[in-house]
Design a protein around this ligand. Sequence first.
Ligand code: PLP
Length: 326
Amino acid sequence: MATMQKVFAAYQSRLSTLQSTYPSNRYAAGIACIDNTLVPLADARIPITDQGFLKSDLTYDVPAIWDGRFFRLDDHLDRFERSCSKMRYKSPLSREELKAKLIEMAALSGMRDVYVHIIVTRGMLPAMLVSEAEQVNNLYIIMKPYYWVMAPEMQIAGTGAAVITKTVSRTPEHSVDPTVKNHQWGDFTRGVLEARDRGAKYPFLTDGQGALTEGPGYNIVLVNRGVLYTPASGVLEGVTRLSVMDVAREKGVEARVERVPVKMAYSAEEIFMCTTAGGIMPITELDGKPVGDGLIGPVTKTIWDAYWEMHYNPNYSFEISYEFSK
Ligand code: PLP
């Protein structure tokens, strides 16, 4: 696990450098943009009648900055724009203005490993009352130090445990479109509670008809006879999953996006989850039993290493200039 140790050690050292700028750098613990005004994250407030808060009438996206480089920002913004268009929101900032704002915020904060949360809400009036032309949609941006869905220590130890949930399945896609990134996490939250009750951390939700979908904030990938399988529907089309497929292609590993029967999970040689906030996260225990031999498998390791390496490839990332903020 030489690469894993190296990646996490470098990250930890950057984090310590950032923390040494507390509290004189008032944005180092996080920065937010509300109504086009920048504030330290701890001081950020939203208007309580925003329909995003009251009705979850919003969409969002989460790109990340890694070691001072924005990773696959255009892929995230493409998905964000598709989501806005499906829900008929119009971001108050154009794509170029939004990019400039994100870069300005990162540079001001000095954060080099960043979780970036971009949200557009319906605004202050319920969708039922306003026509599209009359809507004034709100944009919120949160940036905080990189967040791990699976902590580095757990990734290194290979102790990620998941369950296939029995008490809840994924909200049907004809009810809430999972390709539009959303905060309607009622099903996921119930999944987390069930996983906890069953001694695990990560719930895998099914479609209620024998197929695997996803979990709270991550796509699921199974390795079966050396081939990667990830569900085609009932899921967010993850950008990290896209990277997994790019890496797999490069490494000559076949990857299939198709219906994945739940029973395939029980015979998988390896399982990992993937998301922007955490990367490639090995799952070595499913429903209380070891996955394969219970250790992080060779395919997961190969994808893990190549995924983090990819963050320095200019085809997928660009460097942020932190100079002007000094
Ligand atoms: N599925 C859900 C429900 C998510 O919320 C996320 C990310 O937050 C993902 C999958 C992974 O998407 P991405 O790889 O683009 O971060």
